[in-house]
Design a protein around this ligand. Structure first.
Ligand SMILES: [Fe+2]
Ligand SMILES: [Fe+2]
Length: 127
């Protein structure tokens, strides 16, 4: 079965999983400095999972010749850059900056979902 046929359910499962990870990460980022290693690992795992999700979405869009592919991919790249910057900031020990910046990253992810992923799901549901 082509991956695109499964896209709406893949999208829902992935987004639920990533949202759960994001909530756990938000808590970890505000915990004591003793938990810094945990937060770093969670941030790395969240980033890897998100990148894998983006790659899968892009593969599905290309497979289906989705007309909004380039704008959607560009938005993925912008979100990846923000997350990479956040990870570097945390690695450099600027924990307060990361805790302050995380809500903006989450807002960017939600806005991407509404603006790009919802129409993509609708495209596949229309068939
Ligand atoms: Fe997505
Ligand atoms: Fe997306």
């Amino acid at each position: 079965m082509a991956a695109s046929l499964d896209y709406p359910s893949m999208n829902r499962d992935d987004h639920n999983y990533l949202a759960g990870m994001g909530r756990d990460l938000a808590l970890a980022l505000t915990r004591s400095p003793a938990d810094r290693g945990d937060a770093m690992r969670m941030l790395g795992l969240f980033r890897s999972s998100l990148l894998l999700h983006f790659l899968q979405e892009e593969e599905v869009m290309q497979e289906a010749n989705y007309p909004g592919f380039f704008l959607h991919k560009f938005s993925h790249e912008a979100l990846t850059a923000r997350l990479t910057a956040l990870q570097s900031c945390y690695a450099a020990g600027r924990k307060a900056s990361v805790a302050a910046a995380w809500p903006a990253v989450q807002a960017g992810l939600h806005s991407h979902l509404d603006r790009y992923d919802v129409p993509l799901v609708a495209f596949f549901e229309r068939g």
